[in-house]
Design a protein. Structure first.
Length: 162
């Protein structure tokens, strides 16, 4: 089970108390925000794409949307999401619990700049009723990311209002 693998991974890091399990679903940004009692933008949603035949993950703020132009500038091809029925075979986690931890070998992980405006964010933890509490810097380290990218839109207006 993906959640157990993620929990074991965080236990190895001495951060097992950061993994949170809920009685209700946290499979969407809105449901996760309700379960955690936080604003939806603090949910670090993990999106699955194919870059050629290579699976990649992009972790974004809950209020951010992938900007096709920025994505193409960054990755030199059009954004192509992995179909839901294929996500688990490419990534190692099922939709609703996709997270940037304990993924299958070869999956590259990128973090979107939209997350940097928060002190704490909440990515999923491998199941549709879990999350991990991390700072953006901890997220970068714990998920072994390829680095930060700027491929989203829709969050800049929110940032200006803070």
């Amino acid at each position: 089970m993906s959640l157990d693998k993620v929990k074991s991974y965080f236990a190895e890091l001495g951060m097992e108390e950061r993994v949170k399990e809920f009685h209700q679903s946290s499979a969407t940004v809105e449901l996760a925000a309700q379960a955690l009692g936080c604003k939806p933008e603090r949910i670090a949603k993990t999106m699955s794409f194919l870059l050629g035949e290579q699976p990649i993950l992009i972790v974004t703020a809950g209020d951010a949307k992938v900007d096709n132009k920025k994505y193409k500038e960054q990755f030199h091809q059009k954004a192509r999401m992995i179909p839901a029925e294929n996500v688990e075979q490419y990534i190692g986690h099922a939709p609703g619990g996709v997270c940037p931890f304990v993924v299958l070998p070869g999956v590259q992980i990128f973090l979107d700049e939209s997350l940097k405006r928060f002190d704490i964010v909440y990515p999923a933890a491998g199941s549709a009723n879990s999350a991990v509490e991390l700072s953006p810097a901890e997220l970068e380290t714990c998920c072994v990311s390829q680095g930060w990218v700027n491929v989203c839109k829709g969050w800049e207006a929110e940032m200006a209002g803070e």
